[in-house]
Design a protein around this ligand. Structure first.
Ligand code: GLV
Ligand code: MN
Ligand code: MN
Length: 420
């Protein structure tokens, strides 16, 4: 069987998908903002379903918009072999994060179909809803619901952080045409025979080593928190400094506390970020009365991660007394690390060795839907290098050769698993 990836078509589809965005062109590269359930996201989904249907693949959508594109095998009663990723993009992102896994997965299935091979197991490409936390504050929304680790009622009550009217996921998904109970999104623990996600590395290691491919053996454990700091606002001229309980000044101390304690572990795998800061009332001549910080904390070692947040909480206790503010904390998510399937990792290694592809096994420090698909399948990931290790920026770039190689290895691995 010869698997021939149509690189030109894949490249043009990646460019088309990057066009579903409302961001103006950036001098740094192709800027993409595609927030879940916006018009751009819905148009991109419709376009992608059209590509799948043109190929004769069937399409199913669940209540949160996870989209399952299936090529039926000769034994459709057997668990399918699946791949997939996401097409949503954070504000002012690049054009490869997630999309390479979705369009590469589609091309892997098309390449296998073109080869004439008849596979026993069905193949599925899954477009997972809202891997990015931009709109609802929690990442991997679709795959969390598939895994059953996110309660359906809690999910439907998640607030749309971009809406002024406190809309919920229940309202937003219904407006986007996705109805029905979220509890029905969960899949059984043996739903798929195997799951492999193709993704850009989003870090510098493969490029630095001059390697074309990485095989992910584990994914670091992410956690998210929301800190609300309530102080005492007032007129920026008239409220005298000794009387102030400035919520933003207190928030600044929390940001620095997080940085200090993350650095203090001495571990390269501990990373902490405060990526959003909402200031109320948000006027230049008004003392901030309330601040909401979204905190992203990750580690390969979840115990070490818990140590960092515990130290930050202690600082917050002291801060409340010293600055007279109130600090409340919400744990958005605190996930476990993920271990890839030894069998799928061995399969990917042997495919690389047969093809003479030099690879490296590696840890993913970024999170991925694969962490949650691990609840319904044995999993692994294929990484391809990206220029300078840059991601979540318009200058994110992966070469077509790298994308085609990843797609070929993915197709080969899916065909081997689907023949079992
Ligand atoms: C995924 O986008 C992540 O933040 O790791
Ligand atoms: Mn991302
Ligand atoms: Mn991604």
């Amino acid at each position: 069987m010869q698997i021939v990836v149509d690189s030109e078509r894949l490249s043009s589809e990646l460019a088309t998908l990057a066009g579903f965005t409302h961001v103006e062109p950036s001098p740094d590269g192709t800027a993409v903002t595609r927030v879940v359930f916006t018009d751009d996201d819905l148009k991109a989904r419709a376009w992608l379903k059209g590509l799948a249907e043109a190929e004769g693949f069937s399409v199913r959508e669940d209540a949160v918009g996870n989209t399952f594109i299936r090529w039926e095998g000769t034994a459709p009663e057997l668990a399918a072999v699946a791949t997939g990723s996401h097409i949503d993009a954070i504000p002012h992102a690049g054009m490869y994060d997630g999309t390479v896994g979705v369009l590469g997965g589609l091309e892997a299935m098309r390449a296998l179909k073109r080869s004439g091979v008849k596979l026993r197991r069905s193949l599925e490409l899954v477009l997972l809803t809202s891997e990015e936390p931009t709109r609802f504050g929690i990442g991997c929304l679709g795959s969390r619901l598939i895994s059953g680790t996110l309660d359906a009622a809690r999910a439907d009550g998640l607030k749309d952080l971009q809406s002024k009217d406190d809309e919920t996921l229940a309202e937003v998904r219904a407006a986007a045409g996705f109805i029905g109970p979220l509890a029905g999104v969960k899949l059984s623990s043996d739903y798929y025979y195997g799951w492999i996600e193709l993704h850009i590395e989003q870090g510098p290691l493969l490029e630095r080593e001059g390697l074309p491919l990485g095989i992910v053996t584990s994914i670091a454990a992410p956690a998210g928190y929301r800190f609300t700091i309530t102080g005492f606002g007032g007129h920026a001229g008239a409220l005298l400094m000794p009387a102030r309980k400035d919520a933003l000044c207190a928030a600044a101390e929390i940001v620095l506390s997080l940085e200090r304690h993350a650095l203090a572990t001495g571990a390269i795998d501990t990373v902490a970020t405060v990526g959003t800061c909402e200031v109320y009332p948000g006027a230049v001549n008004s003392v901030p009365s309330k601040v909401v910080l979204q905190v992203d904390l990750r580690d390969t070692d979840p115990v070490r991660r818990e140590g960092v947040i515990a130290a930050v909480r202690k600082d917050c206790d002291a801060l409340q007394v010293r600055r007279g503010v109130t600090i409340t904390e919400e744990i958005v998510n605190a996930d476990e690390p993920t271990t890839s399937s030894a069998k799928i990792v061995a399969l990917l290694k042997s495919i690389c060795e047969e093809n003479g592809t030099v690879y490296q096994t590696m840890v993913s420090r970024a999170y991925h839907d694969t962490s949650f698909m691990a609840h319904v399948a044995p999993v692994a990931m294929i990484f391809i290098p990206c220029r300078g290790g840059v991601s979540h920026r318009p200058d994110e770039y992966a070469s077509l050769d790298a994308i085609a190689l990843g797609t070929r290895v993915l197709a080969t691995a899916m065909s081997r698993l689907a023949s079992e």
